[in-house]
Write a protein that binds this ligand. Structure first.
Ligand SMILES: Nc1ncnc2c1ncn2[C@@H]1O[C@H](COP(=O)(O)OP(=O)(O)OP(=O)(O)O)[C@@H](O)[C@H]1O
Length: 767
């Protein structure tokens, strides 16, 4: 069969090859025109053409050649016929040659193709052998698989039997497991409960340990801080005292020198006037001497004249005596006259001598007064130089004091900045006449001035803060402690001071006091006075300040503008205005809130009066008491130094919080209950915020109340915050006081971050 295929395949290419060949030749004939085969017959009469090669394109040409007929011009044209015959024979020969060539080419092609077919047959035989091997393998594999299938069938049967067994035992086990699981659930619930309890206890322990650790650290840092502060304060006080003494001495010396200089000036003036007098006298004397000299000359001339006269008279007399012998009386008269003249002459000589003596002594006096004047002048110059020297030293000493003060301020600020905590001061108000006290203070140990102790149900409670003011502390004492903090608002810090405590514990007294009386003024009026005074004194250093004040009240979570111009707008406070917004710099804006530019302390005083009036109007309108609302006074300070172009922007927030008493103690109902709940909500929001900050939680719930949202930049940012915890010392308030103190202690341990000063260069901010 294979041989038959091969023969058929060998025959097929041969025919194909002929076709291909003829096609190729036809294509070649198509592209290159060739002379027609009947050329000879057509040109029989023409002379025989030069031998052109005869080409065949294929079978058609051969058929055409075979069908060609030999025709003469007539039957007798043998010559023409024989020529055509010769031509035809030539063509036949060429055709036979072409056919032979084609036969050779075809044979060569057939040989090549037969070689290819043999190779393909060989390859085919190999593939067939491989396939047969594979088939053998598959058959043996199939047998193997059939055996395995049989074995697996048996195993499956066994497994099914086992599975049935297992299902039966699984049913039993399931029941047992359900029972075990229920008991396990019970146990795990118990375990979870125990774990939760353990976690809670661990947290509590950890918290206590943390608190303890922080308290210890805080205590150490406070001790360190205290020591440093005390050392600084002592050093600064010593330096200031020394500088003050030096300044006083200098001032005294300068005053003495000034007196001395004044007396010297007086003396100099006197000397000058006496010198002028002497000069005048001297001139008079000189004039007199001149006159006397003239007179003397006159007298001398007179005398000479008289002497000449006498001589002439004497000669006349002698001549007369000799010649005429006139009477002796006449002679005597002449003699008397002569004597008189001589006497006058000697008198005048005397006078001249006296005058000369007088002149010499006047000259002497003049010389002496000139000398004294010179001495006085040089002494005056010395004194003047000394005075200038002292003034220079005084300026230097004053500069040193200013520098020392600056350094102290800087150190103080650095300490506060490093500490980063909310500072807490405690103030205990005095007992009223009918009250008995439960508060005492440590009188030895490290807590002097910082500790406060309470007795409650025979148990003692001790607390320590940054400072404790007992009942005897005056408004001024309290202000002295916070004046530096207030001062830093002028330096560009945000400062927030708030008073916390139960009703009647002295918050309003501490914050506002009675501005009408000097010794009863609270922190707000005192701070404002200090800020205005300092801003005035800083003008000499090129600082110019602009201040803006606002004052609001938060009552039942509603803001009321205490500086609004009219009563209506105060009532409007209940509407949806007064939205609180904070910008990226931590500055707070309350929409529609009245902001007043204040230029003097008098303006602030009238503002405070206005606010107090608004509060009392609010009180009667809403039937509330002062203690039921939070009162927030804000002073914004914008400072620019004309010399250095430095700009600062500080804020001072002074807040009198609502009373912090608990509901069960107040025992109130109705509107008062609503008020108390609102107060408790905002104060508990305040404590939530502070404790979240203390725990460094990611989310601080500032937005939970208006108060905390308003204070957000002060509590959660870079401001300097101080809390006053006010206490009522009477026994009945002890439990409320302990609550306040516990809250204050936690606040005290709260780190809110490092205070940041808001300052920039004017050119930058304006560019
Ligand atoms: N340190 C003090 N020295 C003298 N008197 C004080 C002192 N502290 C408070 N008082 C007086 O105690 C009374 C209650 O004080 P104050 O009104 O300031 O308390 P409060 O805490 O502001 O109360 P409320 O929460 O009701 O506003 C006032 O008469 C006040 O003058």
């Amino acid at each position: 069969m294979a041989t038959r295929d091969r023969a058929a395949r060998a025959a097929m290419p041969r025919l194909k090859e002929n076709d291909t060949q003829s096609k190729r030749q036809r294509t070649a004939a198509g592209t290159a025109p060739r002379p027609p085969l009947s050329t000879a017959s057509q040109n029989a009469a023409a002379p025989p053409p030069t031998e052109a090669p005869i080409e065949f394109a294929g079978r058609e040409d051969v058929d055409a050649l075979l069908n060609e007929k030999i025709k003469g011009k007539n039957k007798m044209d043998y010559k023409g016929r024989s020529e055509q015959m010769i031509e035809y024979i030539k063509k036949l020969r060429a055709c036979i040659k072409w056919l032979l060539e084609r036969e050779d080419a075809n044979l060569a092609e057939i040989g090549k193709l037969n070689g290819l077919i043999d190779a393909a047959d060989k390859h085919h035989a190999e593939i067939v052998a491989q396939l047969e091997c594979k088939i053998q393998e598959s058959v043996s594999m199939k047998e193997e698989l059939q055996k395995q299938y049989a074995t697996l069938g048996e195993s499956l049967k066994k497994v099914e039997a086992e599975q049935m067994e297992c299902l039966r035992s699984y049913g039993d086990e399931k029941e047992a497991r359900i029972a075990a699981e229920s008991s396990r659930n019970e146990l795990s619930e118990e375990l979870n409960r125990v774990k939760l309890e353990q976690k809670r206890l661990n947290d509590q322990i950890k918290m206590l340990q943390d608190t303890n650790k922080r308290l210890q650290e805080y205590n150490t840092s406070l001790q360190q801080y205290n020591c440093n502060l005390q050392a600084d304060a002592t050093k600064n006080a010593e330096t200031i005292e020394k500088l003050q003494k030096e300044k006083n001495t200098m001032v005294e010396t300068m005053n003495g020198l000034k007196d001395h200089s004044n007396s010297l000036k007086l003396q100099l003036d006197m000397t000058k006037s006496s010198q002028n007098e002497a000069l005048k006298q001297k001139n008079n004397l000189l004039n007199e001497v001149e006159a006397l000299r003239g007179e003397l000359q006159q007298v001398r001339d007179d005398r000479d004249h008289k002497s000449a006269e006498i001589n002439s008279l004497l000669s006349d007399l002698g001549a007369f005596k000799e010649l005429t012998g006139k009477s002796s009386t006449e002679l005597e008269n002449v003699m008397i006259r002569c004597d008189l003249l001589e006497e006058t002459c000697s008198n005048q000589n005397e006078q001249i001598k006296t005058l000369q003596i007088q002149l010499a002594s006047a000259n002497e006096k003049l010389k002496r007064s000139n000398l004294t004047t010179m001495e006085t002048m040089s002494e005056y110059e010395n004194q003047k130089r000394m005075l200038e020297d002292l003034q220079l030293r005084l300026t230097e000493a004053e500069q040193k004091i200013v520098d020392g003060e600056k350094l102290r301020k800087k150190l103080h600020n650095t300490i506060l900045e490093l500490k980063g905590n909310i500072r807490v001061f405690c103030r205990v108000r005095p007992l009223l006449s009918n009250e008995s006290g439960a508060v005492s203070y440590p009188n030895n140990g490290e807590n002097i001035g910082r500790g406060v102790e309470l007795m409650h149900n025979t148990q003692a409670y001790s607390f320590a803060f940054d400072k404790v003011f007992d009942h005897s502390a005056s408004q001024e004492d309290v202000f002295t402690e916070i004046s530096q903090l207030v001062q830093s608002a002028l330096d560009g810090y945000k400062v927030c001071i708030f008073a916390y405590g139960q009703t009647g514990s002295g918050k309003t007294h501490t914050m506002m006091g009675n501005p009408e009386f000097n010794d009863q003024k609270g922190l707000i009026p005192r701070s404002l006075e200090q800020i205005f005074e300092t801003s005035q004194s800083l003008m000499s250093q090129g600082w110019k300040y602009k201040m803006q004040a606002s004052m609001l009240e938060i009552y039942n979570e509603t803001i009321r503008d205490l500086l609004a111009a009219s009563r209506t707008s105060i009532q409007d406070g209940a509407a949806s205005k007064y939205n609180i917004k904070h910008d990226s710099n931590g500055n707070t804006q309350v929409s529609d809130l009245t902001i007043v530019d204040v230029r003097s302390i008098n303006e602030v005083s009238s503002l405070l009066k206005r606010a107090a009036q608004s509060r009392s109007v609010g009180k009667t309108q809403m039937n509330e008491e002062s203690s039921r609302s939070h009162c927030v006074f804000t002073l914004r300070i914008f400072g620019v130094n004309e010399g250095t172009d430095q700009q600062v922007q500080g804020v001072l927030n002074l807040i009198d919080l609502a009373g912090s008493e608990r509901l069960n103690k107040s025992g109130v109902t109705g509107d008062r209950l609503k008020e108390t709940q609102a107060i408790n909500k905002s104060l508990s929001s305040l404590s939530d915020v502070i404790f979240s900050i203390a725990k460094k939680e990611e989310h601080i719930p500032f937005r939970n109340s208006k108060l905390t949202y308003l204070l957000q930049p002060c509590l959660g940012g870079d401001s300097k915050t101080l809390m006053f915890v006010n206490l009522s010392p009477e026994v009945s308030s002890t439990s409320e006081s302990i609550c306040s103190l516990r809250f204050a202690a936690r606040v005290n341990s709260c780190e809110i971050g490092v205070p940041r000063r808001q300052t920039q260069m004017r050119s930058l901010s304006q560019g």
